[in-house]
Structure formats: structure tokens, C-alpha cells
Design a protein around this ligand. Structure first.
Ligand code: TA6
Length: 296
């Protein structure tokens, strides 16, 4: 592994580590902050602005194994979201987060941020459900902020319909003191109430299991954590939906890779194109879903 990645390593900027479960990961150290990304799923598990607490939440019970999703950080849901629409036996949230991605290039930018590009292309048995001409590229750029750009490319002769989501898990001090702003008066589908359409009244506060898909072209959402006295700003483009999720008590206990008491320390605000917001990609076209995370 070391040899194949050597061309992309940059001393003190892009470093290869043996991560959890012995999985290879790269630590990106930009001016102002660092990030850690596993080749498994191109999965960002850490974003640490200088002098600040970790912005992303990770479960202490997470799996770190081929074929299993990592719990926490920023899973890449691609090329479908949730259960597969035609085959319930397929893995939830697609295949990209279960496979090893390849590194395309790395660089230190003129402003001291560090950029890494990775790619994924379905192969073998997966191509019976995902066209082999559909591929994904992820560009990570880290400094005081963390930017992700998930690009889906259709190299085939036919249109392809896909979903994507940057399923971000954010660390909070105490969920009872957290509110999510920017989605006020937005219509959402309540996944816990037969996907009934509702309208968000005021900021989102968590008082029970929460699983909502907001019809949200708004470019900015903020998580206000009154315990940590911080605001996490989530800016996006190329995304028509925002998914908000907290498993609460029962669902946390039901997930083997999620600690029973961990639900109070996290919330998901996900940058997505899902359900009636799925994307139809014409031949030779590409779609870019962009996310920028920063502390304000
Ligand atoms: O984003 C919300 C959601 O779709 C929830 O319904 C829940 O399933 C969550 O994703 C986690 O999914 P996972 O397959 O990672 O356990």
C-alpha cells in the first residue's frame, strides 16, 4: 500500500497512517486545520480546526473492516440513498462507502490548504446494479474549513439516475442544547411518519428520534451548540435536499456499531440529492455536490 501511495505523500502535509482496524488512512494537515480520510469509502473521520474540538462525531463502536460502513464522520452515500429501490438485499446507502477508493492526486495550495482527490468506479458484481460507466470523484480541501466536492460522472451512452448524500455526523456537547438554523419554514418529509409532508416551525430542536428530508435549496445551515458555545456552519451547492437525523434512544440501542448512550453527542445534517431530488445525468455529463464545513 505504502508504495502505491508514495507519489501522493507530502511530508507533514499528506501522511499515510495505519488507522483503526489496520485500514490505511491519510492525514491532511493544512494551514488552520487537519482532516483524516480513510481510503475505505473515501471516508472522512476527522476534521480538527487548530485549537478547536473535533467538529465531526465518530462512534466508539464503529466497524473498520472491508465491506462494512464506518459509523460517524462523513459517509458517502452513492449511488443510492437508504434502501435500494428495487432490491432490498443491497446495502443501505449504496456501495461507495463500502469499497476502497483510489488516490488521484494531492497538493498544497498557495493559501496553505491541502487538497486530495480520490476516485471510485464500480466493478465486478456491482456492475449488475450500477453501470460501470458511472464513476465518482471526491475532492477534499482542508485548512480552517473542510470542503468536500463529490463529483458523479456519466461516461456511458445512456442517461443514469442516481442519488448522493454527504451523510455528515457532527459532534455536539449535549443534544438538548442544540438547534439547527436555516431550515425554518422549509417543507420536509417525515421519514418516521410515512414520509408525510410537513413545514418546519422555527429552528430544529431534538426531542425524539428525528429523521427528515428537507426540500432545501438553501445554501447555508448552522448547528448552534449552546453547551460548546459554537456554531458549525454548513454551506452547500449542487444539493436540493438536507437530511436531518438523530437516532435517539431505541434506535441507538438497536445499532451494533452505535453506542447506546452516544445519541446525545451527535446530530446528522446531510448534504443530499435524494428521493424526488435524485439526479438524472445525461451521457458525458457530471454533477457536483459541494459541502463546506466551518466554525463561526
Ligand atoms: O440519513 C438518515 C438515515 O437514512 C436514517 O434513516 C438511518 O438509517 C441513517 O441514515 C443511518 O443509516 P446507516 O445505514 O448508516 O445505519
Amino acid at each position: 500500500m505504502q508504495n502505491s501511495l508514495s507519489p501522493f505523500l507530502i511530508p507533514e502535509r499528506v501522511e499515510l497512517l495505519s488507522g483503526e482496524g489496520g485500514l490505511p488512512c491519510l492525514r491532511l494537515t493544512g494551514d488552520g486545520g487537519r482532516a483524516t480520510v480513510y481510503l475505505h469509502g473515501a471516508h472522512v473521520t476527522e476534521f480538527l480546526p487548530d485549537g478547536q474540538a473535533p467538529v465531526l462525531w465518530m462512534s466508539r463502536a464503529s466497524h473498520f473492516a472491508p465491506g462494512k460502513p464506518i459509523r460517524g464522520g462523513i459517509p458517502i452515500c452513492w449511488p443510492w440513498f437508504g434502501p435500494h429501490s428495487a432490491d432490498a438485499a443491497r446495502p443501505a446507502h449504496g456501495i461507495a462507502r463500502l469499497r476502497e477508493w483510489s488516490v488521484l492526486d494531492s497538493a498544497v495550495l498557495h493559501d496553505g490548504r491541502v487538497r486530495l482527490r480520490l476516485s471510485f468506479q464500480p466493478e465486478g458484481p456491482e456492475t449488475d446494479i450500477v453501470p460501470p460507466t458511472l464513476r465518482a470523484e471526491m475532492t477534499l480541501t482542508v485548512g480552517r474549513s473542510l470542503e468536500l466536492q463529490l463529483c458523479t460522472i456519466n461516461d456511458g451512452p445512456d442517461p443514469v439516475v442516481f442519488e448522493d448524500a454527504l451523510h455528515s455526523y457532527f459532534a455536539v456537547g449535549d443534544l438538548s442544547a442544540v438547534s439547527v438554523h436555516g431550515l425554518e419554514d422549509t417543507v420536509y418529509a417525515d421519514s418516521l411518519d410515512k414520509r408525510r409532508s410537513k413545514v418546519q416551525q422555527g429552528p430544529i430542536r431534538f426531542t425524539a428520534e428525528t429523521d427528515r428530508v428537507y426540500a432545501d435549496p438553501a445554501p447555508r445551515t448552522e448547528i448552534v451548540d449552546e453547551t460548546g458555545a459554537c456554531r458549525i456552519r454548513i454551506e452547500k451547492s449542487g444539493s436540493s435536499k438536507t437530511v436531518v437525523w438523530n437516532p435517539w434512544i431505541a434506535k441507538s440501542k438497536a445499532m451494533p456499531d452505535f453506542g447506546d448512550d452516544e445519541w446525545t453527542g451527535m446530530c446528522c445534517v446531510e448534504t443530499a440529492n435524494v428521493r424526488d431530488g435524485r439526479v438524472t445525468l445525461l451521457p458525458a455529463n457530471r454533477h457536483e455536490t459541494r459541502l463546506r464545513i466551518s466554525l463561526v
